[in-house]
Design a protein around this ligand. Structure first.
Ligand SMILES: Nc1ncnc2c1ncn2[C@@H]1O[C@H](COP(=O)(O)OP(=O)(O)OP(=O)(O)O)[C@@H](O)[C@H]1O
Ligand code: NI
Length: 322
């Protein structure tokens, strides 16, 4: 499994914050910050899994990178792609070409278009203005063969596919796109074990071709099977970024108490739930966001939001981590 963490990142998200303008009674406007100081990076050839419970900000990160946040969202911080700041124009220019999204729902496939044509269209978009039909067909057929999609599947409509086949069509779309960054938002729910394994294998293949893969999931066990690094989100921020190898034993190598608790809560470990709830963006606690649930909390933990800092081969946002 080639891990090229030493190469220059294809994606660098630094101190990203996202707020939503909200209208309360009458015309009073308020702003709700749902992501704060979130940082994560992805290198070519690497799979970075973003894990975190529902509402922790995973999808918003993907939407911010792709430039598809709703109009009432305001963002600050920096997102760089291949070293260049991602402006709205740049996002528009590279979306679907250099950055591909594998969406959560197969409903993103056009229900009325044969799936082969959808993959050919992606191949054409990737290759700019000259739509060479024969070349696009060749690329599509190679992609189908690679993902074990029989030749006759290209003429089927999405509803005629099994869940696993539809997933493979979505991955094939990313494959032909020539994207250097592939973002997959919850790609495996609803798939049986074999289909999950198959889909994950496809991501490894995309990474092994030198692409960066950002895999968003709340399924930490799946993430651990395939990713090189794990970014753990909590209440709209990154609490830890750790090499996958650190998830072992009793979690001694992990840095953040939340990550350790997540690891121990897995069925194969203690299966012990973490007491309490992730706070809602409009009711965040003082200081460290995890402090009210943290077994290691001390009075200093309420003093201010801990900075993200490097600890061993990873990053952590906890004053007690060492
Ligand atoms: N358009 C919006 N307006 C206001 N708040 C929003 C909006 N979209 C998302 N949020 C809030 O932002 C937070 C992060 O949402 P996000 O969808 O990124 O979570 P997630 O980690 O992807 O969760 P899930 O695992 O359920 O998909 C949540 O608290 C959500 O309620
Ligand atoms: Ni989501």
């Amino acid at each position: 499994m080639p891990t090229q963490t030493k190469s220059k990142p294809i994606l660098e998200v630094e101190e990203l914050s996202i707020s939503f303008a909200q209208y309360t009674s009458g015309l009073r406007q308020s702003s709700l910050k749902v992501i704060a100081d979130l940082s994560v990076s992805v290198c070519p050839g690497e799979i970075v899994a973003v894990v975190g419970s529902s509402g922790s900000g995973k999808s918003l990160l993907a939407h911010a990178i792709l430039g598809i946040l709703p109009g009432n969202a305001a963002i600050s911080g920096s997102i760089r792609f291949a070293g260049q700041k991602l402006t709205a124009e740049y996002q528009e220019a590279i979306r679907g070409r250099e950055i591909a999204l594998i969406p959560q729902s197969v409903n993103y496939l056009d229900p009325l278009m044969q799936v082969g044509k959808q993959v050919r269209n992606a191949a054409k978009i990737a290759r700019g203005s000259s739509p060479d039909r024969a070349a696009a067909r060749k690329i599509q057929r190679e992609a189908f063969a690679r993902y074990n999609l029989a030749p006759e599947v290209e003429r089927l409509l999405p509803f005629q596919l099994s869940g696993g086949m539809a997933r493979r069509v979505l991955v094939a779309t990313a494959l032909v796109s020539s994207a250097r960054l592939v973002i997959a938002d919850e790609p495996t729910p609803g798939l049986d074990d074999a289909a999950v394994r198959e889909t994950l294998g496809c991501f490894r293949e995309l990474a092994d071709q030198g692409r960066g893969v950002l895999l968003i999931t709340h399924d930490i066990e799946t993430a651990l099977e395939i990713a090189d690094r794990i970014a753990v989100f909590y209440a709209g921020t990154t609490v830890e970024v750790a090499p996958v190898q650190d998830f072992s034993g009793g979690g001694e190598a992990l840095r953040h108490p939340y990550t350790k608790a997540l690891w121990r809560s897995l069925p194969k470990n203690d299966f012990a739930p973490i007491p309490g709830f992730q706070p809602h963006p409009n009711a965040l606690p003082e200081g460290c966001l995890f402090q009210p649930r943290c077994p290691m909390a001390t009075p200093e933990c309420t003093a201010g939001r801990p900075e993200m800092r490097a600890v061993r081969e990873g990053m952590v946002r906890c004053i007690h981590a060492s």
